[in-house]
Design a protein around this ligand. Structure first.
Ligand code: ADP
Length: 325
């Protein structure tokens, strides 16, 4: 194994200290407290207990695993934990760590009680994961030194927060080393409306409940998409705003036409996908569809098809896509 100086920067690791978290939150308008984070009550309650305990004990928290679809708030929740605990958090993505030496370097750079957030943790390579097992359990790393053979190096006590969209891809040994294993629950219509209301207020778009009642069905139940919709509404409102003091039903109708948001929150790319299938008038393979969309197959499968399946617009069989209506 390569021996590393702890200052060696092999992987791009973003360090966030608490002051910059606040700054960051104001920039991105991410919720920065459990109260402003909508829903996932079961998770917030248990995490609050874990944070209180760590503060009372003056120790680190048990390692935490967040599982759930992209855009459900896993990263946001990790930021909130760091802020509430008053510790620094280092952020890295699973696929960016290529060699055991790189994770060793990251672990070595952690201060006492720091949080290491690994997004897409299911993409860690097996030999990188192996370094983590022992680091998570015993806060040490084993290194092979040419002159001394295997040497065990102690680490500062840290908390690992892992986030994954593919829980089933994680190996049992790594799953077992997380004390807390949280699965994010779906957001229902009520939570969607609360999130829209919250972001429109943050973006200074005055509106009323009747408009929110009409608009919430235009977006999927994913906070990131809801947030994006609110940004689009803000941009439209700011541009169109003349005498109107608020985002009215009339503005809402014009906004939907302007943004080409169809019923059932389909965007033009979804329509394009359906038109390709319609034109062909027969089942098509993902590869042909992806070529016609100018996208790669993974993006089509992960970003376009889930909504079409949810809306019963297409059926997916092994290798084929069929138009439902
Ligand atoms: P993930 O890490 O699961 O992909 P993120 O934490 O990056 O998701 O969240 C994406 C965006 O959605 C963030 O900008 C945040 O503002 C918003 N968001 C996520 N969850 C919530 C929530 N529960 N309440 C309000 N906004 C949320």
């Amino acid at each position: 194994m390569e021996i590393l100086d702890t200052n060696t920067v092999l992987v791009k690791v973003k360090t966030i200290n608490i002051d910059s978290v606040v700054q960051d939150n104001q920039e991105n308008l991410r919720p920065d407290s459990f109260d402003s984070f909508i829903w996932q009550e079961h998770i917030k309650k248990i995490l609050q207990t874990a944070i209180n305990s760590a503060k009372k004990r003056k120790g680190s928290m048990g390692h935490i695993l967040f599982c759930g679809p992209s855009g459900f708030g896993k990263t946001t929740m990790a930021h909130i934990i760091a802020k509430q605990s008053g510790v620094n958090m280092k952020v890295v993505t699973g696929y960016a760590i290529n060699k055991p030496a790189e994770i060793v370097s990251i672990l070595n750079s952690l201060e006492e009680w720091d949080i290491l957030f690994i997004d897409e943790i299911h993409r860690l390579k097996p030999n990188v994961e192996e370094v983590l097992y022992i680091a998570m359990e015993d806060f040490v790393i084993d290194m092979v030194m040419p002159e001394w053979g295997s040497v065990r190096i102690p680490l500062n006590k840290f908390t690992l927060i892992g986030a994954t969209t593919k829980w089933e891809w994680l190996s049992k040994p790594i799953k077992n080393r997380f004390v807390y294993d949280f699965h994010f629950m779906d957001y229902n219509d009520e939570e969607k409306k609360i999130i829209i209301d919250k972001y429109l207020k943050k973006y200074w778009v005055a509106t009323n409940q009747a408009v929110i009642e009409k608009i919430y069905s235009k977006v999927d139940s994913v906070p990131r998409e809801i947030h994006n919709l609110c940004i689009k509404i803000r941009d439209f409102f700011v541009t169109e705003w003349k005498n109107e003091k608020e985002f009215t039903q009339d503005l809402r109708k014009r906004f939907l036409i302007h943004s080409k948001i169809d019923d059932g929150w389909m965007s033009p790319i979804h329509q394009k996908y359906l038109n390709i299938l319609k034109r062909n008038d027969r089942p098509m393979g993902i590869k042909s569809i992806a070529i016609q969309l100018w996208m790669n197959e993974k993006a089509v499968e992960e970003d376009i098809e889930p909504l079409l399946i949810k809306l019963w617009k297409i059926e997916k069989t092994i290798g084929w896509r069929i138009l439902v209506s």
